[in-house]
Design a binder for this molecule. Sequence first.
Ligand SMILES: Cc1cc2nc3c(=O)[nH]c(=O)nc-3n(C[C@H](O)[C@H](O)[C@H](O)COP(=O)(O)O)c2cc1C
Length: 312
Amino acid sequence: MSVKHDPVDLQVIFAPMIFDLKELTTAERQYYLQHVVAPRPICFASTIDTKGTVNLSPFSFFNLFSTNPPVVIFSPSRRVRDNTVKHTLQNLLEVPEVVINIVTYDMVQQTSLASCEFPQDVDEFIKAGFTKEPAIAVKPPMVKESKVKLECKVNEIKSLGEEGGAGNLVICEVLKVHIADELLNEEKKIDQSRLELVARLGGDWYCRVSKKNLFIVPKPNTKLGIGIDALPESIRSSKLLTGNQLGLLANVHELPVVEPSFDDEHLKNIFQYYSVNPIEMEKEVHAYAAKLLDQHKVHEAWQVLLAAENIV
Ligand SMILES: Cc1cc2nc3c(=O)[nH]c(=O)nc-3n(C[C@H](O)[C@H](O)[C@H](O)COP(=O)(O)O)c2cc1C
């Protein structure tokens, strides 16, 4: 468990290094920004030119920006090496349609292979070993092996600059979404743990969304949490409870009250053992509450803390 320090300590221990981006080279900017603005989902974009030549390339400058209208944006940058534009962008300027194939763990190595700078007339479907599947509403083919595909029309391309490294925002309206049956349950809802998404971080780092690293953060959509500022002072200034643990406590809709029926053997033992040492008692109680919070037992943690407030 991480122990909190007061703000003065933190300044000494974690004094940040501040980078002025104007003083960095494009490669350095790319290095720092890609490591920290991460993980980024991967858009595996299939495009086509007017002659019918198909292109398939991955882009991690990509995300969902609107659901009504349904809009996703990705960005093929100007090459830093020679300031040329990528084939994907050239194709989109000719035929403003794209299929965005969502990348899962089972296809990540082939996806990376497709990112090689093959000449324009080379078909990355063939090079990377993917199968073409016709789309319904747009001309570029879909990647059959991808479990989720978005058929999109391109509404706008916004250039962010003229120098190497400058992005080009490809603003796409999603027309159709194909989702593999295996990802859906009986209610046609997506089982998040079955879709083993991968995402890009800095350098050669990727991450894999798998069952063991998924977790839930319950969010009250309609009711407001009380907020950290509404926590009793002894809890808010605890040296043992972490920011995450305080966040859980402060996400209740109203300040809980002591429940006389609450009965906890371990808490009773703490009270008995530390009856002559209130400072140690508070530490023990907070450590116990922290343990309960780590098991998402928010109600029990509150009762433990409130019972101790009344005793200490
Ligand atoms: C996972 C991954 C993500 C990438 N993301 C981007 C990106 O967001 N923007 C970009 O310009 N290049 C990105 N690249 C590099 C392009 O895929 C690469 O330059 C590719 O050759 C472009 O192909 P094209 O010229 O056929 O369009 C990425 C590469 C990989 C492997």
